[in-house]
Design a protein around this ligand. Structure first.
Ligand SMILES: Nc1ncnc2c1ncn2[C@@H]1O[C@H](COP(=O)(O)OP(=O)(O)OP(=O)(O)O)[C@@H](O)[C@H]1O
Ligand SMILES: [Mg+2]
Length: 208
């Protein structure tokens, strides 16, 4: 497969189970290395980076949101959001950035709660804030609503769309959940190891 994604696009990756969506996302996220082919991010051929460079590249450029929020339950919501900053030893983000992000995902009243004392939907909001804290140019999400009820899913989708628009970040989202995601800038369907433009649903418009 060969395709390129522009900065700021909100892109859905869809396709049947086992078609290779997570594999693709993990390769774009530099969590897996392709056995052949190349992946360019901001002009850099990431397949030539060594392990040390991969870690710092990932930490500077990429943010991750997974199906399960994977928060550390011994830490507070705020401490969880600040974790990528500690890992990257990044000085460009501050605690007040984290509080601003948590406020924009509607968690201002939960900031100092332990992560195991909040609901699944709140945990996923916190995971979104954590995915955005290092100001990544690309946010990657694998089934971010896969573990949520319908109402919470819609809230999380709306939140991701509004954050994408506000921050002009690229979002690449693997999902089975076309119902909640609705329209996106692009939909890429993975089938039999190939990528096709357009989703199973005929509806496809550019976000307002
Ligand atoms: N670590 C692995 N080692 C070997 N094969 C794997 C590994 N992970 C996935 N696969 C295989 O690669 C193919 C693609 O898997 P992948 O997880 O990318 O699918 P997917 O589209 O994300 O599916 P789902 O919608 O169920 O999450 C499948 O045939 C799967 O069995
Ligand atoms: Mg998958």
């Amino acid at each position: 497969m060969s395709f390129s994604i522009e900065q700021g696009q909100f892109v859905l990756i869809v396709g049947s189970s086992g078609s290779g969506k997570s594999t693709l996302l993990n390769m774009v996220g530099l969590l897996d290395r392709p056995t052949r082919g190349k992946i360019f991010i901001d002009g850099v051929d990431t397949t030539t980076l060594n392990d040390g460079n991969i870690s710092s590249f990932r930490n500077q450029k990429l943010g991750f949101i997974f199906q399960f929020s994977n928060l550390l339950t011994d830490l507070t919501v705020l401490e969880n959001v600040l974790l990528p900053r500690h890992i990257g030893k990044s000085t460009k983000t501050t605690e007040s950035d984290a509080i601003d992000l948590l406020t924009s995902v509607g968690l201002e009243s939960q900031i100092n709660k332990r992560a195991n004392k909040i609901s699944g939907g709140q945990a996923q909001r916190a995971a979104i804030a954590r995915g955005l804290i290092n100001k990544p140019s690309i946010v990657l999400a694998d089934e971010p609503t896969g573990n949520l009820d319908s109402v919470t899913s819609q809230t999380i989708v709306d939140l991701m769309k509004s954050m994408a628009k506000k921050l002009n970040q690229t979002f690449i989202i693997v999902t089975h959940d076309r119902q909640h995601f609705g329209n996106a800038d692009r939909v890429i369907t993975i089938k039999d190891g190939k990528a096709f433009e357009g989703g199973q649903l005929p509806m496809m418009e550019v976000l307002p």
